[in-house]
Design a protein around this ligand. Structure first.
Ligand SMILES: *Cc1c(COP(=O)(O)O)cnc(C)c1O
Length: 393
């Protein structure tokens, strides 16, 4: 097949040439005296990405979901009770991980497409006057539905209930793309992976812990081995890792952090917003709707598009892949066949997305879904022209 494949799933995302090239290097001695220079530089630069000056970051050779486990076993004693809204497949999997680890989770279910139920969270915490609930599990950006939750509002609900539970935030599809204020929101554990906003291949789990978590690490009685943050902490202080780190991915992270710094996090966040707006205008122009039920919930990293009744989103995705070399995200669990997802995060710009939108349009038509040819691309480019940060000379 000529040309390049168009990757528009919400992770893994496109890896920039600079990051790819940074990984092409000989294997090295991770116990060498010079290695701590790299480790320290990464650990020093990571907190700024989540709006923190106080968090301690950790890097594991793992995917992002391993950090759900790492966060829980390092903070919650065996049999501990947790509270979690469930509003999509990723909040479901986070809850399931906690349950597999032996924790009890009080689940607050809401229809998929909505955000976390703030009143129900506050009520559940207020009712827990004995403070048995030890943590709230929150997915910041529900990648399955294209819903971004308001973490600050969840924190405010916890404060109104005067509840001391820890706040665990899954930021796998938000961190390094969306506004994230770890310190202001008083997030205790922020969880992510390398293959989404960080524009890297999969393989690094990234976990940020608050000072409160760090202070409590030694007192937690839950058995921990590979994901023991105490061992990681003690090695990281010296610039090393307890076992062999994924060195090539560390070099990729080094370059990715440089790129994020060069663009500036406010600009990265603004770019994701304006690109996402264009995608949403396209969806509107096609006469389709998003799974997210209201504009305040719209995600700037992924749009889950609902196909009309009677149509099968799987067919759109299959045609896009086979005929147009375009990878779209599928509908997960209860959304299978009902939505397809367009990932618009990481190393993307207007014309990359215009290509993806052109492919979606063609695949929709191929699948027998009547849209006006060119309407989505026209609406998106009009939106991007209106909001372009580049002045015409
Ligand atoms: C992708 C994703 C995960 C899973 O990450 P893996 O790296 O595949 O383990 C978890 N949560 C959210 C919100 C995600 O988007």
């Amino acid at each position: 097949m000529s040309g390049h494949h168009h990757l528009f799933i919400p992770g893994p995302t496109n890896v920039p040439e600079r990051v790819l090239r940074a990984m092409v290097r000989a294997q090295e001695d991770h116990r060498a005296a010079t290695f701590p220079t790299l480790t320290r530089s990464l650990l020093e630069r990571l907190p700024a990405i989540v709006g923190s000056t106080t968090a301690t970051p950790f890097l594991f050779a793992s995917s992002g979901s391993a950090m759900w486990e790492a966060a829980l076993i390092n903070t919650v004693n065996p049999g501990g009770r947790l509270l979690a809204p469930r509003f999509g497949q990723f909040s479901h999997l986070f809850i399931q991980t906690a349950e597999k680890l032996g924790y009890t989770v009080d689940v607050l279910d809401v229809p998929w497409g909505e955000g976390p139920p703030l009143d129900a969270i506050e009520a559940a915490l207020t009712a827990d006057s004995a403070h048995e609930i030890q943590g709230v599990l929150l997915v910041h950006n529900e990648t399955a539905t294209g819903v971004t939750s308001d973490v600050g509002a969840v924190r405010a609900a916890m404060d109104r209930a005067k509840h001391p539970a820890l706040l665990f935030v899954d930021g796998v599809s938000s961190i390094a793309s969306l506004h994230f204020a770890m310190d202001a929101w008083r997030v205790d554990c922020a969880i992510t992976g390398s293959q989404k906003g960080f524009m890297m291949p999969a393989g690094l789990g990234i976990l940020y812990c608050s000072p409160r978590v760090m202070a409590g690490l030694d007192a937690v009685r839950t058995p921990r081995a590979y994901f023991d943050l105490r061992a990681m902490r003690d090695n990281n202080v010296q610039g090393f890792f307890p076992s062999t780190p994924a060195t090539t991915l560390l070099w990729a992270l080094d370059e990715a952090l440089t790129m994020l710094h060069e663009e500036g996090m406010p600009q990265v966040i603004a770019r994701h917003h304006r690109l996402a707006e264009g995608v949403r205008r396209a969806v509107h122009a096609w006469g389709l709707r998003l799974c997210a039920t209201q504009p305040s919930l719209y995600s700037d990293t992924v749009s889950a598009v609902v196909v009309p009744d009677g149509a099968d989103a799987r067919r759109v995705i299959d045609i896009a892949h086979r005929r147009w070399q375009l990878a779209l995200g599928s509908g997960l669990a209860q959304l299978a066949g009902k939505v397809f997802r367009i990932g618009h995060l990481g190393d993307v710009n207007e014309l990359m997305l215009a290509g993806a939108l052109a492919g979606v349009e063609a695949a929709l038509l191929d699948a027998g879904i009547a849209v006006t040819p060119g309407s989505g691309v026209a609406a998106a480019t009009a939106s991007w022209r209106e909001t372009s940060p580049v002045a015409l000379g």
